[in-house]
Design a protein around this ligand. Structure first.
Ligand code: HEM
Ligand code: HEM
Length: 223
């Protein structure tokens, strides 16, 4: 369970790879998606050396398609991998809203944090929020790809709805990422950062903050 005495394994290679493929493809999708709108020419982003292609729709569309393929591949892998392993630690549970409030209050010095499992209640809620937003952009994105095929025509109303929902999804994804990254402003969450790069985190931190998880994986094996 551990590679050295002070560390404990939190994520395997496939989780780390999936996280970074999702993160990278999402950043590229946001940048290339905004490139579909006449923004980068207007605000002269395309004058920045090396970014002259940013206002060329055919280029940003191609990038958007490739990044979408990477995102969809990573999401499908994630669902199949954790589905087969029946590994549902990150799915929300009853009482998560209440516990999230307790965790946030405790961060500001009010009251005690509840005992945590592998993920904090607020991480489980953040996960469904980001998952829902990504599924929304993926599903509406696929409908938009179909619309771009010469053989498929939507009514004007339907096409507008799809675009509207794709844009709503975009805003939700951006909010989700801001909250996700915002969590790392707080020092209490810093020890989780090495885990998403190396797979391991500090053992003492795991024992103290993720006690339920720590006992589950360490009891009888590597106390
Ligand atoms: C510089 C960018 C990012 C950093 C430093 C980062 C960092 C992390 C870390 C440290 C964890 C693991 C937490 C743990 O072990 O409990 C994590 C989990 C996660 N990340 Fe990221 N992340 C980044 C970008 C993204 C992006 C762009 C997305 C989504 C589009 C994303 C979605 C998630 C999700 C859904 C989880 C699992 C739930 C959670 O821990 O909140 N991350 N991230
Ligand atoms: C985080 C993920 C994504 C973000 C932030 C994003 C963002 C955007 C934005 C801002 C636009 C321009 C406004 C619009 O026309 O609606 C756009 C257009 C588009 N997106 Fe996405 N998108 C994402 C994922 C996807 C995915 C997964 C697909 C395909 C499966 C996709 C396919 C398209 C298509 C076909 C267009 C229209 C291009 C055209 O003008 O013909 N997007 N996206």
């Amino acid at each position: 369970m551990s590679n050295d005495r002070g560390k404990i394994k939190r994520h395997g290679l496939s989780v780390i790879l999936t996280h970074w493929l999702v993160a990278l493809s999402t950043f590229v999708l946001i940048f290339s998606g905004f490139g579909q709108m006449p923004l980068y020419g207007r605000y002269m982003v395309d004058r920045i050396p090396g970014l002259s292609w940013a206002s060329d729709f055919s280029v940003t569309l191609l990038i958007h398609y490739w990044a979408a393929a990477v995102l969809i591949g990573a999401v499908v892998f994630h669902l199949v991998y954790h589905g087969i392993r029946r590994d549902f630690d990150i799915l929300p549970r009853r009482g998560d809203l209440r516990d999230s409030v307790r965790i946030i209050m405790a961060t500001f010095g009010f009251g005690e944090e509840p005992e945590n499992d592998k993920y904090l209640a607020e991480q489980r809620l953040a996960y469904v929020f980001i998952a829902f937003s990504l599924l929304l952009v993926i599903m509406t994105g696929i409908l938009k790809v179909l619309k771009n095929l010469p053989s498929i025509n939507y009514s004007e109303g339907f096409a507008l709805w799809i675009t509207f929902l794709h844009n709503v999804g975009t805003v939700l994804v951006i909010i989700g990422i801001a909250v996700h990254l915002g969590a790392f402003i707080f020092k209490a969450n810093w020890p989780l950062l090495p885990g998403i790069f190396t797979g391991s985190i500090d053992r003492e931190y795991a024992k103290e903050r993720h006690g339920i998880w720590y006992r589950r994986i360490c009891d009888d094996k590597d106390p």
